[in-house]
Design a protein around this ligand. Sequence first.
Ligand SMILES: Cc1ncc(COP(=O)(O)O)c(C=O)c1O
Length: 469
Amino acid sequence: MHDAPKTMGQQFGRRSWAEPWKIKMVEPLTQSTAEQRVRALEAADYNTFLLKSEDVYIDLLTDSGTGAMSDRQWAGMMLGDEAYAGSRNFYRLEAAIQRRYGYAHILPTHQGRGAEHLLSRCAITPGQVIPGNMYFTTTRLHQELAGGSFVDVIVDAAHDTDSRDPFKGNVDLDKLEALVKQVGAAKIAYVSLAGTVNMAGGQPVSMANVKALRALCNRHGIRLFLDATRMAENAYFIQQREPGYAGVPVAAIVREFCDQTDGAWMSGKKDNLVNIGGWLAVNDWTLYEELRNQIVIYEGLHTYGGMAGRDMEAMAIGIEECLEDDYIRSRVGQVHYLGELLTDWDIPIVQPVGGHAVFLDARAFYPHIPQKEFPAQTLAAELYLDSGIRAMERGVVSAGRNPATGDHYYPKLELTRLTIPRRVYTQAHMDVVAESVKIIFDRRMETKGLRMTYEPKYLRFFQAKFERL
Ligand SMILES: Cc1ncc(COP(=O)(O)O)c(C=O)c1O
């Protein structure tokens, strides 16, 4: 005897809803044997970034560039104007960003880090500090390479995986005010604000917080720049959680939020639903002129910035699609479905579940593995060995080393990220993922940590090598 099976909606006490698209083209997946996975992981030195994609079954390494484009985007690819200068697709992209995000001056870049590099070069004077709502790997590195130093001013709740605070991405305005007092406003290059904080588990920033932050910045004459990479997902959380925003379209919330800031950088590979590309946008003409001059050195002419015309067209269309309420509900809804399964099974994850990924709390998962033995990296390895599912470390390996002392940064959060690509996997895939996590959780006390055997100088998580202890 067994209980009658229930649909997703019945399980959660509501009517079921489904993805607002149907599948027109499929890409076959292959499953490997346990022996094949052991060989593949050893060949990859226990780093999931070094696995071959053909050895992976369900790929949750990242949501970056891994989404499925729509038929309209693919049709747009055929309209690529590959002129070196003044491509018509650039003007379509520029108009889409101006309309939806509201900034005045737009520069395409090859991806998000190209934009981070340019902004850091042009907006930071060596010796300045850049406060922000938790670091992001490439963002902080570009700030440091430009001679700046990052200071974390996120709310304390962001570091607590159990806190159910609805806006764990918020800036702690008291911490920021104290920093301004300590170093002086002139020493602050700008405030670096991320819409949904990746490293905190995809946690959002509230509209009230960004408005208060704007007022603080105005009082001190400090610029405020936004990492808009997952701003559409942030806006969805505002719609769902913040008083006064129920029923307000996500597109309108994005615009209201961006209007509080002086500019933004973007990895178009996430929200904007393309496989490659990014952009940088600012309102100030003088800063734009400097960026426009620098972009020709590092990216390409200011009307393509490292992107093909066809990719700019796909991104212009993706910008419209990512702001549709039905789309964003199903995108975040799928992440939450996986999160709710794991929560119901008492598996430790970051709460509340974020917008793009479920983050397993590797410290709580493996209390017997100290942080210097890389519990989150270990968890990603175990998941791959069980089922061929690929996840990513977001803990001490990703945090890297303090350039001043040479020591590991030991972040409070030691997480393994199950990142859901956009419009790619189904609910059945999520069930397979959840069951694999449960299996490795049930045998967690038998698991041993890892030792790092090779460490590259920058962004070590991409290429570091490990062995079993
Ligand atoms: C929040 C955030 N900012 C910036 C970037 C950098 O973008 P890209 O990978 O396109 O260089 C990423 C990429 O993962 C990101 O998640």
